[in-house]
Design a protein around this ligand. Structure first.
Ligand code: GTP
Length: 598
């Protein structure tokens, strides 16, 4: 019977260990695509992903594979995003599978995201098939990596496939282990419908396309369905599978992975993790683990050109249709004018959204430094959540403040243990654990305030370990901290977009670093500009930008007009990313200056 021949699986790996390359090989050898149709790294749909080489949006492909027993099996390969910002989406797409290929680079061994992804897979009770990739490399040490998988993860790696996704070694063995080791889906096609939404995207013509895994029951066009978390009801217009081209079919039943459209106008109505059921014969319970994702990192988005305000709002609206974890609201800044405060799952998510606005919608943005969310407990015993430092209440009214903490896992060669611990300590980290994974590599765990991660943790980690460290983090909740608001004044005026929340012990150091940095970044003006950092009324650091000496145009006095034009144009170009704050022209980099400390 068909259900017994279905295999649903994902590929999990640390970044660059070869996930996309292996997926391509699997697509090729199951002839889902002819060679001519194959584009490199087919599963990564968006340009941006391709350029950055990271997978953000999930995809699923149906493949046919004839096993050595002569039977034809139906594979659904479900792609997962690799980055920590999207760990909830990773977890939901893993929940749509019974098995996972665990790719480990034969030269590098287990890295931080290998481990994070393995834990998510184990949480979802998946059968894990270890694959040691890149065995073609001269530096490959498959036996050492096998041992590491056994010691660190506790998986039996004796049958781990030795593979090279690049040269096509081991692919048949992988396909045959999928058939033999990954269990067929369980469930009953006659039961009330339960289908897990593990991704969704917005299409102008069809509305929201939800990617689903049917767990119980059957779904067909014309059926009335209900989203269990939101209670919203719709009528199914179409169901189908990706091969990877979308192909409509009559029904999706137990174990099937595919898509459903139902004239849903907003991805918020079809959220990742929600369960679709039959409106007339609903299931008793949602599938496990639906949670609404709350953004953790916030920043201000302002158009450089005030005329771009409406186009910016339109762009955010469109992006929100495809991304239910993106949040935004209108905001006004004295310094930057009309704009938006937007909330993101993490730093990468933020960068991607900013880049898409600039690239796909052609809007030049001024972005303010990212901030986390703070719980501020007031003396009148109420609590407010602050996502914009500029809105931090008057210190007299504040009883205490809580900030979000993460559990950070760093994996690093022996030699860099000291450097990593110094960095974590400097970032107000609390030491939790340190374990040797083998003779050479160490797994270090710290609890660190999220705001310190946002302040250039990645960059510093990279430079202090020559790029050898891998890093991952997860939210662990809010904790009380001694935090104050620091304002920056330009020419005597507070620039709200430059205010930050900082730990009291770091205030002087950071105040000095920021004023120094701004002095370098802000061009000379016609007059002298003082830059000050203050906490409340107290100035804690100061710098001065000297007045401009020469007028650029005086050079071409009487000179030919085209040269003058050119010079003016050049100035205009240079001004593109400037924002006038009071009388001072401030470049975009200045608003991010609070981030980079060196
Ligand atoms: P992300 O999408 O960034 O998570 O990376 P990924 O895990 O999908 O890795 P990807 O497939 O993009 O491979 C990363 C790099 O490793 C690319 O330069 C590949 O060409 C290379 N690579 C992948 N598999 C092999 C292999 O078997 N041998 C060798 N030598 N290189 C490989």
């Amino acid at each position: 019977e068909r259900q017994k021949r279905i295999r649903n699986f994902s590929i999990i790996a640390h970044i660059d260990h070869g996930k996309s390359t292996l997926a391509d090989r699997i697509l090729e050898s199951t002839s889902a695509l002819t060679k001519r149709e194959m584009k490199e790294q087919t599963l990564d749909a968006m340009d941006l992903e391709r350029e950055r080489g990271i997978t953000i949006k999930l995809n699923s492909v149906q493949l046919k594979h004839t096993h050595t027993d002569g039977e034809e099996y139906i594979f659904h390969l479900i792609d997962t995003p690799g980055h920590v910002d999207f760990s909830y989406e990773v977890s939901r797409s893993l929940a749509a599978c019974e098995g996972a290929l665990l790719i480990v680079d034969a030269a590098q061994g287990i890295e931080a995201q290998t481990l994070a992804n393995v834990y998510l897979a184990l949480d979802n009770d998946l059968e894990i098939i270890p694959v040691i990739n890149k065995i073609d490399l001269p530096s490959a040490e498959p036996e050492r990596v096998k041992q590491e998988i056994e010691d660190v993860i506790g998986l039996d790696a004796s049958e781990a496939v030795h593979a090279s996704a690049k040269s096509g070694i081991g692919i048949e063995e992988i396909l045959s282990q999928i058939v033999e080791k990954v269990p067929a889906p369980e469930g009953d096609p006659e039961k009330p419908l339960q289908a897990l939404i593990f991704d969704s995207l917005y299409d102008t013509y069809r509305g929201v396309i939800s990617y689903i895994r049917v767990v119980e029951g059957t779904i067909r066009p014309g059926q009335k369905i209900k989203m269990m978390a939101t209670g919203k009801e719709f009528e199914v217009s179409e169901v189908g599978v990706f091969t990877p081209k979308p192909i409509a079919c009559d029904e999706l039943t137990v174990g099937d992975v595919g898509f459903v459209t139902a004239a849903v106008k907003n991805v918020g109505d079809s959220r990742v993790g929600d369960t679709i059921t039959d409106a007339e014969r609903p299931a008793e319970m949602q599938l496990e683990g639906y949670k609404k994702m709350n953004p953790m990192v916030f920043c201000g988005l302002y158009p450089v050109d005030a005329n771009d305000y409406n186009p910016l709002r339109d762009a955010l609206e469109r992006l929100e249709l495809n991304d239910s974890s993106l949040q935004y609201e209108a905001e006004t800044s004295q310094a930057l004018g009309f704009g938006f405060r937007a909330g993101f799952l993490g730093l990468l998510h933020m960068e991607i959204v900013q880049e898409r606005i600039e690239r796909e919608y052609g809007i030049d943005l001024i972005t303010t430094a990212p901030s986390v969310i703070y719980n501020v407990y007031l003396t009148d015993e109420t609590m407010i959540s602050i996502d914009n430092p500029a809105n931090f209440p008057n210190p007299q009214k504040v009883d205490y403040v809580e900030e979000p903490f993460v559990k950070a896992t760093v994996m690093v060669p022996n030699d860099y243990v000291g450097a990593v611990m110094d960095l974590c300590q400097k970032k107000r980290g609390e030491f939790i654990d340190m374990k040797y994974m083998d003779a050479n590599r160490v797994n270090i765990v710290y609890n660190i305030p999220l705001t310190e991660i946002v302040y250039d943790f990645f960059d510093q980690l990279k430079s202090s370990t020559k790029g050898y460290a891998s890093f991952d983090y997860e939210m662990i909740g809010f904790r009380q901290s001694s935090l104050v608001k620091m304002d920056i004044l330009l020419n005597g005026e507070t620039v709200d977009a430059l205010s930050i929340i900082v730990h009291r012990d770091f205030a002087y150091e950071r105040g000095k670093a920021i004023t120094d940095k701004l002095k370098d970044l802000i061009p000379r003006q016609q007059f002298e500009v003082p830059i000050q950092a203050s906490i409340g009324q107290k100035i804690i650091a100061r710098q001065t930008i000297k007045a401009m000496r020469k007028n650029v145009l005086s050079k071409c006095y009487g000179g030919d007009i085209s040269r003058k034009r050119k010079l003016l144009d050049k100035q205009k170009e240079g001004k593109k990313r400037m924002k006038s704050v009071g009388k001072v022209d401030v470049p975009q980099e200045a608003f991010m200056s609070v981030l980079k400390m060196d």
